[in-house]
Each structure stands twice: as C-alpha cells, then as structure tokens.
Write a protein that binds this ligand. Structure first.
Ligand code: 0A1
Ligand code: ZN
Length: 849
C-alpha cells in the first residue's frame, strides 16, 4: 500500500540510470495467492551515469533469494525496493519473489479478474511483479516463461515455444518495464491475419471470455484498418509476428499498449449492434487505433521519464484523431474533440488541478493521465502541424522515427526534430508545454478605406504555482465574409507571437464579418464583443464547419446566460436560427445533431463565474429544460418529419452515415418527447433492434418521467450482460430529476448487481452522479456526501480509480458559500481518512488548494 508521506518528484532532478539492462529472463509459476517469479537480469554499468548506486524498485514483494553471478547475496530491502553491493562490471542478477495476485485489488501489477491473470504495469506497476529498475529509460529485450494450468498463456513479443502447462515468449524489441504484460486464463480467440506492406505475415487475435466471441468482429476490423492507415499515412509497419488484444473486465483505464499484447477494458473492445451504441462503436475504433499507434509512438520511441508522458500520449491522441477523421467525418470529429477538450481540459486548466502539458513535478504519476496531457498535448501537435505545414510535418515525423527509434526521448528531442526539419526556431512554442492555463484571446477590429485590422491581445490567467505567463505562439486561422455571406478572404493562418498584435487585410469593399479561430486552430478562449445577429449570420453562412457549429453554440450560451442571470425568456432569434439550421437538408445529419445540442451545464457555470455571477447549478439545469421545451415547441411541425426522414431501415452498420442519421432522429425524438409525453419514444423502445435506438428511447422515457416500465424491461432483457448493465446503472442516474438523482444513485448502490469493486460498475453509478452538475452540486451537500462516502470506501482497495474520481470536486470553489462549505467538509472528510493512499491524498490536497 502506498502511503501518503512520499515526496514530490521533480523533472529537474532527472539523472540517468546507474545500470542498464542488456536482457531480462522471467519465469512465472502462477498461483492465485502465491505466484513465484524468478528473474534473471543482465546488468551493465551505465557509462553516462555519475552514480554507481544499484537500486531496484520493488513493492509488495516477498524476496525468497537473490544472487549475483550465481553467488547468493543479501540486499537491503525496504518497502520501496532494494540496494545491494554489485561489481563495477557487467553481471547477472537473479532473484525469486512471491506475489499475491488474488489480493491485488488495486489492479496494478499482476492481478486477477474473473479467474484470469492479467497485468497493468504503466506507470510503475512492474515493481509489484519483481525487483527491477522500473523507469522508462531502462529498456531491454524480454524472454518470459509462464507455467500455469491455463489453456491460454500470453506475454509480449513472439511465441517461442509452448507445451502442456507452459508457454514461452520472446520480445526482441528493447522495451521499458511498463510495457510488460502477461495474461493467463480460459480465453477464446477471435483470430485473423494481416500482411504488412513489406510482406510480414502477422497473426492477429482478440482474446475474450467464452461467451463474448460474437463481440469481436468490429474490433478486429478496426485493428486491421489501423494497421493499414499507419502504413499509408505515417509509413509505420508492424514489427512482430503476432498482435494480441485481450479483453478484461476489471481495469482502471480504457486500454494499455503493452508491446504486442494490448490489454483492453472489455468496455473498450467488445461490441455488437444489440449491446453497443453508435458512440460505443466509434470510441472502440478510436481506442483500438490509439493503442495500436502506440507501437511506434510510445513503444519503439518511448519516454525518458514520466514528465515526458505527453510525448507519447499527445502524439498518439493526435494520430488517432486523424485516423477517425479519415475513417468518418473530419468536421464532426473536430467538433466532437473540441466539445470534449472544453468540457474536460478547459475545466482542468481553470481549476486547482491545472498543470502544464509537461509538468515539472508530481507526487503520484498515475494522477497525471489527464485531459491536459492527452487532449491538450494533441492540440499542441495540431498547432505545430498548422504552423509548419503538412509537408514539413511529414518530414519532421520521418526524422523523428529515424533519429529516435529505440530511444527513450524527451520533448526537447521532439522539438529539435521539428527545428532541424524546418529551420524554424521553436523556443517560444515550447512555452505551450511549460505553461498551464488556457490563453484568453481578446479581439478588437477596425475598418477604414478598404482596410480591415484585427488586433489580438493574449493573456493566460494564473494557475497553481504559475502566477505569470509569457506570450505564446498562437496560430489563428481566420476567414472573412462579406455582408452577403460570400467568403472574401479564405482561411489564412495568422501567427501571433506577441502579447498584442494586429493583422491587416486590404482591398475590401465593405466591412467584413470575421470568422476567427477556424477549425479551432489553437486551444484558446476567444473573447470578442459581438451580436447575436452576427452569430446567426455565421451559423447560416460560414464555410468552416467548426465555426458554423460554434456560432450556434455561442448563440445558445448567450441565451442561456441571459435566462439564468436575468430571468430572460428563450430568445426568438435563437429559436428560429436553430429551426432554419435543422431544416437545411443539405447539411450533414451528424452536424445538425451536434448543432442542436446545448452548451454543457458546466460551460454555463464557468461562463457565469468568469463574468462575476456565482453559478446556481439548479437554475442552470432549469434554464436548459425551459430552452429545450421552447425549441420543441418552435419546431413542432418539423420534428415528426425530421424523425421519420432520418430513420435507418438498412441493416445496422455503425458507420458515419447511419450513425449521423440515428443521432439526428434521436435528437428529434428527445424534443418530440416533450410534446407527446413519450408516445413515440415508447414505440421506438418496443421496436428497437439495436442498442443505439433502445438506449435513446429509454433515455427519453426516463427524462419524461415515464421510464419505469422500460427500466424493468431493460434489466430483465440484459441482466446477463455486464456491459449493458453498466448502462442500466448509469442512465438511471444521468436522467433522474436532479432533486432525486442522489437518492436514485444511493438506491442503486444497494442493488445486488452493484459490484463496487469493479471500476466500470463503480464509475457507471457514482461517475454518473458526478457528471450531473445539478444533482452532484445539490445545495444540501447530499451529492458531495454520497460520493465522499464511496471514495473513502474504495480508496484502500483501488487508489487509482478513487483518485481519478476526486476530480468531480475540482469546480467546488466557484459555487456559493453553502455549497462550498459542504464540498470542503466532504473533501476534508476524505483527507482525514486513516491510511489514505498517496494517490487520493495528492488529488484532494490539490483540489483543496
Ligand atoms: N497508456 C494507456 C493508458 C493507461 C495509463 C495508465 C494505466 O494505468 C495506470 C493504464 C492505461 C493509453 O494511453 O492508452
Ligand atoms: Zn495512450
């Protein structure tokens, strides 16, 4: 168990490892409570190191014996690892330890899930398997022998032999220990093959529990598409004879890119039309791609230390976004990514958990798998690409792969590659990696004698530990429209480098309407005085799909703010602009479905807070309901037609076209339910033959307060399917009236199927409460108290999942004093818990500030 006393680790303290590893041989004798692990590790002194101290990480291990070059030794062992006197020359270390996978509820190291053995070693889990220099800059080839009575015994690399009760694996590619994996159990394969462009034959398998075989086909297609795409777009080929994916039910995150043996949370790989929604399919495709792409960006080139996490994660998210854009609709993907970025990363940047894309310090690295590292990290790559251009980006990436293959690299290495490939000085750009916070970009404009000037001023608010920020390089993609709606200046990237900077456009016959930050060209907040008439104009005429969507979003935000703050009625201009947008049959249905969505309740709360009003979560929820009701009434003649027109009658396919039609029809159904009391939703529920339709209909019924019958029917139909039952838990909380959601959630925790030790079920139930602002931030503090109760209970078993879920509290200080007092009390209660983990202690400490 990690204790809370461990100190902060600093990037500036990095020193190279004292010893390097030439090769690793591991032998496992599997047994639930006493697995024996024998390690034989060839070490050599690192000429680049100043210190000769030999230290191996190790936690929760029972050391049985150790030897150096065959001679028994007695190391000094602590609860963090061991030290030992060693020769100043290459030597072979051998050790034997016992570990207890059955008692490992933290799901880090070697653990058990439904009788199957599974590992999770990122970031620092390998030290719970054996003594080792568990740091990413120590890379070595591994040979692994697994002894156990299980039909399937898997590890990284290529198969090197198997017999009754044993299997051997050899991974020729040097890798850090965090990419080690072992899986053993009674699993069945969904097999396939792939031939790489240079002719390598690769056996592909998705391994699942018996009964899940019919949910693998989609994942396999996504894997093959990813392999082809990485060859075609990045010139990257797969490098082993096998690629295995395993689905596991108990997993703290989405999936893990272990070399040649990706381990997936079963919710992120298993899919069938009957049990998965269109959104599930798209997410699964993206995660399969993400993990596969890590083979080059993460595995072949890894990170020198955990401060460089964005080196692999930002780049790999960027690559998986490109993949999804190519496979589906690029504008829809971009808009969805921006919604997610603003919802999670901007929120993080605005609160007590703000940190740079490359942090300078941490206490527990597991707390830094954040939206900032991943999603903002990806935005930085997008900005680089926009600044240097597509061809230069391709050249820089080729150089990166050539120069750093086999390395544990840094952000400096990454930026140097771009500098060398393009001749561009990236000193200022590096600030994006070092400064936390979302820059505010204010805009003023002038027009005289045919010349239009846009003047931008940038300012990044203070974040924890960073009071002052320097100006950043901001690529601002701008287009200009004339008052008739024609584009007079096509998209142009303005490169802002100063705190305040003006850009002029000549030869214009009339004052133009600017379209600023097209395609969301930088992760900034644009602040500009504008009118709703201009927003409606851009919604109708902008040629940039992101800006067109954004115009509708800005309109809705403005309307909602005035409703909450001033008690205004729903704005007619907004209602008719939306109605016109919805009836435009030339527009992509998926785009229209997105455009019909309202800004999140969190977005409205933050906007109110930024403009000096204390947000009331219940009032924000009420305003959203009123506005949706007004939209439904405004569109009452259109909705039935729209709903009918976008019904999909072909055989179910989770592709972009069908998903877009279902998204629009279901958006229409949600509004229609406000008019017909749920009659159409009930018909759809009864007729549904796929989960997208069934879940959408049930959600509408729940919202209308007519869901009881469907709730019971849904449970009876799906009680045997754990992933669908996660949805059953989640949706009841998400769609409960905020005044009742805490009670609904609490009642569900008493349900016999509420297995709180399973992270998916815990997140489905308690995470759903945390995602419902009016319920979670209920004025009497009941939402905070319920979550705190459960986090306190979960922490001793699973610190990682507990700590991650603490971020539900990150906006606590923007509320009124009553809510603040309740939230503070809940957080202090968590912090006061005896033996609280290092993970949760760090998170709650940072949130309290
Ligand atoms: N590297 C994985 C995510 C991951 C990170 C940490 C984990 O355990 C603490 C597990 C998975 C990815 O980016 O997909
Ligand atoms: Zn990743």
């Amino acid at each position: 168990m990690k204790d809370a006393s461990t100190n902060t680790i600093y990037l500036c303290d990095y020193t190279p490892p004292a010893y390097l590893v030439e090769k690793v041989d591991l032998t496992f004798h599997l047994s639930p409570e006493k697995t024996r692990v024998i390690s034989r590790i060839a070490f050599k002194p690192n000429p680049a190191s100043q210190s000769g101290d030999f230290f191996l990480h190790g936690e929760d291990l029972t050391l049985l014996r150790a030897s150096i070059d065959g001679q028994p030794v007695t190391p000094d062992v602590t609860d963090q690892g061991l030290t030992c006197a060693v020769p100043d020359a290459p030597f072979v270390w051998e050790a034997e330890v016992h570990i207890n996978p059955a008692a490992n509820t933290a799901l880090e190291g070697l653990y058990m899930s439904n009788g199957m053995y599974c590992t999770q070693c990122e970031a620092e889990g390998f030290r719970k398997i054996t003594y080792y220099p568990d740091r990413p800059d120590v890379m070595a080839p591994f040979t692994v022998r697994i002894n156990g009575p299980h039909p399937v015994l898997l590890s990284n690399g290529n198969p090197a032999g198997a017999g009754d009760g044993w299997a051997e694996w050899h991974d020729p590619w040097p890798k850090p220990a965090y990419l080690f994996a072992l899986v053993a159990g009674d699993l069945v394969a969904h097999p396939d093959t792939f031939t790489t462009r240079s002719g390598r034959h690769v056996d592909l398998n998705i391994w699942v529990r018996p009964g899940d075989e019919d949910k693998c086909a989609f994942g396999m297609e996504a894997l093959k598409a990813s392999m082809t795409w990485d060859e075609q777009v990045y010139g990257r080929e797969y490098d082993l004879d096998v690629f295995n994916i395993v689905a596991v039910d108990d997993f703290n995150m989405g999936a893990m890119e272990n070399k040649g043996l990706n381990v997936f949370n079963s919710s992120c790989v298993l899919a069938s039309p009957e049990t998965s929604t269109d959104m599930n399919f798209e997410r699964i495709e993206a995660i399969i791609a993400h993990e596969y792409f890590h083979n080059w960006t993460g595995n072949r080139i890894t990170c020198r230390d955990w401060f460089q996490l964005c080196l692999k994660e930002g780049l790999t998210v960027f690559r998986d976004s490109q993949f999804t854009a190519d496979m589906r609709s690029a504008p829809v993907k971009r808009i969805s990514d921006v919604i997610a970025l603003r919802g999670r990363q901007f929120r993080e940047d605005n609160g007590p958990l703000a940190h740079p894309v490359r942090p300078a310090s941490f206490v527990e690295i597991n707390n830094f798998y954040t939206a900032t590292i991943y999603e903002k990290g990806a935005e930085l790559i997008g900005m680089l690409k926009r600044l240097v251009g597509d061809d230069a980006y391709d050249r820089a990436l080729d150089l990166y792969f050539d120069r750093h293959d086999g390395d544990a690299a840094t952000i400096e290495d990454w930026l140097t590659v771009f500098q060398d490939a393009t001749g561009r000085d990236l000193t200022q750009f590096k600030r994006w990696y070092e400064q936390a916070g979302t820059p505010r970009l204010s805009v003023t404009e002038e027009f005289a004698d045919g010349t239009y000037t846009l003047t931008f001023e940038q300012h990044t608010p203070a974040t924890p530990g960073q009071p002052d920020k320097g100006p950043q390089v901001i690529p601002i993609a701008v287009g200009l429209l004339n008052p008739n709606g024609d584009e007079v200046v096509p998209t142009t990237v303005l490169e802002m480098t100063e705190a305040k900077q003006g850009f002029t456009f000549d030869g214009l016959t009339a004052r133009p309407i600017p379209s600023i930050l097209r395609d969301f060209s930088a992760p900034v907040i644009v602040q500009r005085d504008t009118t709703n008439a201009e927003r409606a104009f851009l919604l109708a005429h902008d040629t940039d799909p992101f800006k067109k969507w954004e115009a509708g979003r800005d309109l809705a935000r403005d309307v909602l703010i005035r409703m909450v703050r001033d008690g205004a009625a729903p704005d007619d201009g907004y209602l008719s602009a939306m109605h016109a947008m919805l009836r435009d049959d030339t527009a992509d249905p998926a785009f229209r479905a997105l455009a019909l969505g309202l800004p999140s309740q969190d977005d409205i709360a933050q906007t109110l807070y930024d403009t000096g009003t204390t947000p009331d979560p219940q009032a924000i929820w009420d305003a959203g309901q009123t506005l949706r009701q007004a939209l439904a009434q405004q569109m009452q003649d259109t909705l039935p037609r729209l709903y009918a027109q976008h019904q999909v009658t072909d055989l179910y396919r989770p592709d972009a076209a069908q998903s877009g039609n279902r998204a629009l029809a279901n958006a229409a159904l949600s509004l229609l339910t406000r008019l017909d009391g749920g009659a159409q939703a009930q018909r759809q529920y009864d007729a549904a033959d796929n989960m997208t339709q069934q879940l959408a209909a049930w959600g509408c019924l729940l919202q209308a307060g007519k869901g009881d019958q469907a709730t019971a029917a849904f449970y009876d139909q799906w009680r045997h399917d754990r992933l669908v039952i996660d949805k059953w838990f989640s949706l009841q909380v998400v769609h409960a009236d905020p005044s009742q959601a805490v009670e609904t959630c609490a009642a569900l925790t008493d349900h016999p199927d509420f297995n709180w030790k399973n992270p998916n079920r815990f997140r489905a139930t308690l995470g759903a409460l945390a995602m419902s602002p009016a319920a979670f931030h209920r004025a009497d503090g009941a939402g905070y108290a319920l979550l705190a109760d459960w986090l306190i209970r979960l922490d001793p078993l699973n610190p990682q999942t507990t700590a991650r879920m603490c971020s539900a509290f990150e906006t606590w200080s923007r509320h009124d004093t009553t809510r603040q007092a309740h939230a503070r009390a809940a957080l202090k209660r968590i912090l006061a818990t005896q033996g609280l983990s290092r993970d949760t202690t760090e998170m709650v400490g940072r949130i309290l500030g």
